[in-house]
Design a protein around this ligand. Sequence first.
Ligand SMILES: Nc1ncnc2c1ncn2[C@@H]1O[C@H](COP(=O)(O)OP(=O)(O)OP(=O)(O)O)[C@@H](O)[C@H]1O
Ligand SMILES: [Mg+2]
Length: 469
Amino acid sequence: MHKIPDILIIDDEPLMRISISDALKVEGYNVMSAETGGEGLKSIKNNSYDVVITDLRLPEVDGVQILKSCKQISPRTKVLMITAYGSVDTAVEAMKIGAYDYITKPFSMDEFILTVKRLIALRDLEDENIYLKEKIEERYEFSGIIGKSDKMKDIFEKIEIIAPTDTTVLITGESGTGKELVANAIHYNSPRKNEAFIKVSCAALPETLLEAELFGHERGAFTGALKQKKGRFELAHKGTLFLDEIGEINQTVQVKLLRVLQGREFERLGGTSTINVDVRIIGATQRDLKKEVQKGSFREDLYYRLNVVPVHLPALRDRKEDILLLTEHFLNMYSKHMNKPMRGISIEAREFILKYDYPGNIRELENAVKRALTLSRDKEIQPWDLPEDMCTICREGSKVGERLSYSEPLPTAMSLFEKQYVSKVLEETKGNKTLASKLLGISRKTLWEKCKLYGLLKKEEIVEDNTAE
Ligand SMILES: Nc1ncnc2c1ncn2[C@@H]1O[C@H](COP(=O)(O)OP(=O)(O)OP(=O)(O)O)[C@@H](O)[C@H]1O
Ligand SMILES: [Mg+2]
């Protein structure tokens, strides 16, 4: 999917330069090297690197100067600093200017390769984000509704067709799938857009109040009706009335509603004169109204009057292609609201976000992103910022420890814990060692060694050459 990354190494120590260059070449990267800062800068000007790895202390042009110039010449190139023990303060300063990370000498090659791999993955992710943003601007959005799945595209198309008409619409779908958002989109894309858009939540009001709320009442119609009051139907005249949770209304209101739907006329409670209104009606419900009809709790005639054009919103788990697009959307939106700039979502966190099945649909995803953003101390969202339901490993991790007997010596207990933890993570990642090693924060080789030590390798893996990857 992605091109082979180009990496530049700037280091005046030949041994260091050659050993890291060789290690990166083994990983399959295109590697160039420069001995001095001046030579390095020249190379940055003439080439387009994904990653520049530079020693902080160099004669003439030093690492910080390289970083500054690189930010200007090639802002999307990621810079990794190599520092000697004792110059960490300068490295931290460099990170403030925009270095991605620093690594302190002496370091293990495993640690170094893992850092570079994360950096490359971040580059890919950024490219993908830019692509996603462009797509949102293109057509993955309709009146604030985000989606790129075929199912959502069909819905955009349907809204475009029905919005200009006066037809009654029934929107169905599980909680949090965007029913209200779609109702809004229909109204604001209709010729009624400059008139009222009135919403009634049918479940929120007691039955008697709902009737008065919808149709209004005359003075003295019931105890407490001190003044005449217009109902929502009248208030919505020439506009749109959105009857949310319409599956909850009782038989009396159903009869009255049927009459309005048939002739757009009704009387206020306690009134005798008939009132005519010009109102477009949109209903929404989480219930399967057809089943309610079969059960006898919803009038069949009313159902057909309402269900002139059905719009069914699929559950988020049935349109997984939309998950990351929506996540990015909410992340951009809330990081602006909270004034907390974020680089994005870590690869590990994305795995969990994609794997989860969202019983609360988009609202649940939205809340998860909001929460993760609030909790996040990193530059990107990490698995541990996600709610427990979503991040099973974070939860299982503590359970693993709970199974220990607390009677072993500490080193044994630690090994036992490590074994259980590693095998749980491998189970969760379905044996994907690359992902598991990332989640565990160790190199793939170290993971392989631990698996071997704890007898977690499958037969075929024991003969496999672990240096292959
Ligand atoms: N496709 C979407 N794109 C962007 N935001 C969405 C999308 N769908 C839903 N949302 C957001 O998710 C939240 C829930 O949406 P909404 O209130 O429309 O759902 P609902 O189906 O009416 O839920 P309920 O049945 O619980 O009332 C809102 O904040 C909404 O903005
Ligand atoms: Mg709703």
